[in-house]
Write a protein that binds this ligand. Structure first.
Ligand code: CP3
Length: 356
């Protein structure tokens, strides 16, 4: 079993932020809050600066990345920024022909399906992504005491896009390879682990305060299959960054049955979707790890009073963790049609309701 990372040894100005203290299970004066996909289409200021610029092109412009990353911090007063990029950026950087089609998601021109195709998945070098290093540097300088979260897609989720050729509901080709060609599959996820670890290292070396591994679609797997076919690759990613002194967050959707294994893979913080209350999740994950989550994003479409009641329920369930070790978030990302003012109000409410 991998050893959990030592509590963050990073000494940047964000070291004592509520977010990093909660990741380390240290006392906090209020529960920190940020939102997955807090930057993006819910914000009119985002739509404005993105006008006429393709999604993946925008990820390669450091000044634009800085502006987009800062927008939700300014507006909502969240306790952490998340680096504006995408999980397919490292794939594009090593030469995979990938595009993000609006309203669809990542589309791969030539899917990866054979042993010969795997040769296209070479390790990522820092020189492949100079714009990432530059954008993180600009952001860290600007953010001061507000932590910046770096991220990457996990091997399973990346494999699902590469094998299917795009978004998919049932992951049939992906699972056909996983079950039917286990050696090919193992090499695929191992190569993706190397690329992902490389992408996270670039961000950590450039100064991010924490990293989140998004295994968004891994909830489609049974625990035994996860343990056998996916966990070794995700563990390899976490192990590769274990000694770099930043907390590692692990998140997926529909992962109620996988929470224990996802913690075991090497996370310091386990992200939980809205289907499992945090008091139950804490039993599944076990002691020593912080939890992140888990308000149903759709609750934000209900009246303010209801949002507050449901947010209070999340805070209450998190009391099972003790007085620290909870990072408030949604159970998945902000939806483009969400009212940004409802998110701003939610941040203020969580700060106030959790004040101690
Ligand atoms: O604020 C943030 O959270 C930071 C930015 C961020 C983006 N993508 C920007 C983005 C993050 C963390 C991601 C990760 C990502 N990308 C994931 C994992 C997170 C999750 O939601 O589970 C996944 C599965 C992807 C792949 C992807 N990229 C999808 C499914 C889409 C949506 C396609 C669509 O149009 O509906 C994207 C595009 C994307 N990535 C957008 C943003 C802001 C929207 C594109 C646009 O604004 O034109």
């Amino acid at each position: 079993m991998p050893t959990p990372a030592a509590p963050s040894a990073e000494h940047g100005p964000a070291h004592d932020s509520v977010f990093l203290r909660a990741c380390r299970h240290e006392p906090v004066e209020h529960t920190p809050v940020w939102f997955m996909r807090q930057a993006g289409r819910s914000l009119p200021e985002y739509l404005k600066v993105r006008e006429g610029i393709a999604m993946l092109d925008s990820c390669m412009r450091p000044e634009l990345v800085k502006e987009i990353t800062l927008q939700p911090v300014r507006r909502h007063k969240v306790d952490a920024a998340i680096f504006f990029s995408d999980i397919v950026v490292p794939l594009k950087a090593i030469g995979i022909d990938v595009d993000i089609k609006p309203g669809v998601g990542p589309v791969i021109a030539d899917p990866i399906r054979t042993a010969a195709d795997l040769q296209r998945l070479r390790p990522l070098e820092p020189d492949d992504v100079p714009y990432i290093t530059e954008a993180v540097g600009l952001l860290v300088a600007e953010l001061g005491a507000t932590p910046l979260i770096g991220f990457a897609g996990a091997p399973y989720t990346l494999a699902s896009y590469l094998v299917e050729g795009g978004p998919s509901k049932n992951h049939e080709r992906t699972k056909a390879m996983m079950y039917g060609a286990p050696e090919l599959w193992a090499e695929l996820v191992d190569r993706l682990a190397v690329i992902t670890a490389g992408f996270l290292k670039v961000q950590i070396e450039a100064g991010v305060s924490a990293v989140q591994l998004f295994d968004s679609w891994v909830g489609s797997l049974a625990p035994d299959d996860y343990r056998r076919s996916v966990m070794p690759a995700s563990t390899k990613v976490f192990d590769a960054v274990a000694d770099l002194g930043v907390p590692r967050i692990h998140f997926g959707v529909g992962t109620g049955e996988l929470l224990g294994l996802m913690g075991e893979a090497g996370a310091d913080v386990v992200g939980v979707d809205w289907r499992v209350p945090l008091n139950v999740a804490s039993l599944r994950v076990g002691p020593g790890k912080a939890l992140q989550g888990n308000l149903d994003p759709a609750v934000l479409f209900a009246p303010t009073k209801v949002v507050e009641t449901k947010a209070r329920e999340v805070l209450h369930a998190a009391n099972a963790l003790g007085t620290s070790g909870h990072i408030f978030n949604l159970g998945h990302g902000v939806l483009p049609s969400m009212d940004p003012d409802a998110l701003t109000r939610l941040v203020a409410f969580v700060h106030e309701a959790s004040a101690r």
